[in-house]
Write a protein that binds this ligand. Structure first.
Ligand code: MG
Length: 219
């Protein structure tokens, strides 16, 4: 089997599987039902990745671009129908991620029953931190993830509040979509999402383990 060097972005910037409404307080703030039976999934393409140093660009068709800070799980090994019991053995590491969302577009998609592609999958819709090796995070369900806009705290949530924990997500997703080494799973956002404007500065972190910064610019 070919070895994978996940410290190189090219080795982990692959498909992105996102989980919606995985924190009850965030589902409620948008007046969405809290999922109880199964996770809500959607995809972002590899062109959605954005590294630090590049700005977040407002899509030209969007009037309300929201930040959603999320813990990202980077797969170290691939598999289909990965059992929950051994699922953490497939994890290679983590990244802090933003699920940038064209909220006004998403609302129209929901009303029309359309897919969320225009709201969630546009270029640069997934700003990411550096890769965080697995051994730096012994328990990914005991982390505080936070996000500030212009130095003002907007989101501060604890990963213990996930409705569906990581082993459940890996099992559920890999029953439907084969997970490959380098794939990224976005595990959902806590409450506090809000709209960003041109010139805003976003700073986000996982406890004091990692921080990242992105500016917002016009398209
Ligand atoms: Mg999200």
């Amino acid at each position: 089997m070919a070895s994978t060097n996940l410290s190189r972005f090219s080795e982990w910037g692959r498909k992105i599987i996102c989980v919606g409404r995985n924190y009850a307080d965030h589902a409620r703030e948008l007046q969405n039902p809290v999922p109880v039976a199964e996770p809500l999934l959607f995809l972002k393409p590899p062109s959605a990745y954005l590294r630090q140093g590049s700005p977040i660009r407002l899509p030209y068709y969007c009037r309300s671009l929201h930040h959603e800070v999320e813990l990202g799980v980077v797969m170290g090994r691939g598999g289909s129908a990965i059992p929950q019991a051994g699922a953490m053995g497939y994890v290679g590491g983590y990244a802090l991620c933003l699920d940038m969302t064209a909220r006004d577009v998403q609302q129209r998609c929901k009303e029309k029953g359309h897919p969320w592609t225009l709201a969630k999958a546009f270029d640069c819709s997934c700003p990411v931190s550096e890769f965080i090796p697995k051994d730096r995070i012994p328990d990914p369900h005991r982390l505080t993830i936070w996000l500030k806009v212009n130095d003002q705290m907007k989101q501060e949530g604890h990963t213990s509040q996930m409705i569906f924990p990581i082993p459940y997500l890996i099992n559920y997703i890999s029953e439907i979509i084969r997970l490959e080494a380098g794939d990224l799973i976005l595990t959902g956002t806590p409450a506090g999402v809000s709209a960003v404007q041109e010139h805003d500065e976003l700073q986000a972190g996982i406890d004091d383990l990692v921080t990242m910064e992105f500016k917002v610019e016009r398209h």
